[in-house]
Ligand binder design. Sequence first.
Ligand SMILES: [Ca+2]
Ligand SMILES: [Ca+2]
Length: 217
Amino acid sequence: MRVPQKPKASKQDPQESSTPPVTTATPATETIPPGKAQPAKKSFQQRRRVGGKGQEQLEVKQCPTGRITPEEFEQIYSRFFPDSDAKTYARHVFRSFDTNDDGTLDFKEYIIALHMTSTGKTTRKLEWAFSLFDVDKNGYINKTEVTEICQAIFKLIPKEEQSKLPEDENTPEKRANKLWAYFEKKDNGRLAEGEFIKGVTENENAMRLIHYEPIAE
Ligand SMILES: [Ca+2]
Ligand SMILES: [Ca+2]
């Protein structure tokens, strides 16, 4: 299993902090799911500022454990994808961030998640994308895993939008086939992280197919 580099932002050890600023029990409306690039970063900065102005008590009350459960994570995602089913995708994202496999996201994991997904560096985002696709965390992506994530991505796409997709990517299987073909691997082959990042970086179609960007309203 790959453990992400500890970012500078996580210097503050959650165990030592009596006032974790991440609210989880009742996600505030401004809580942005990791993966939503810039807003997520802003959200964290806002939270830190709020924490710095003496409102820690409120935050702590709302967040007694300082941990996010899969259900809470799904709720956060569902708010951002009201017209589709974000649960499956949220579960995969959650798994990719739950680096110690204990079934919850602690403060450190959450901060790493924000760092991985909101930093401007494409490589860091693609490292995260790799961990998202590596469903069994064995260090390789196979076609079954690509299909699984494509199914989750597909559920994020509102039905109306699905009907407008190109013929060769209008089902999860077609999307997976198209994406897998860009990596030039056999159906029973597997992709290491470097190959995945290189393949996606060199092909904008592959880059587009590994995620779903909601159309801005
Ligand atoms: Ca965990
Ligand atoms: Ca794997």
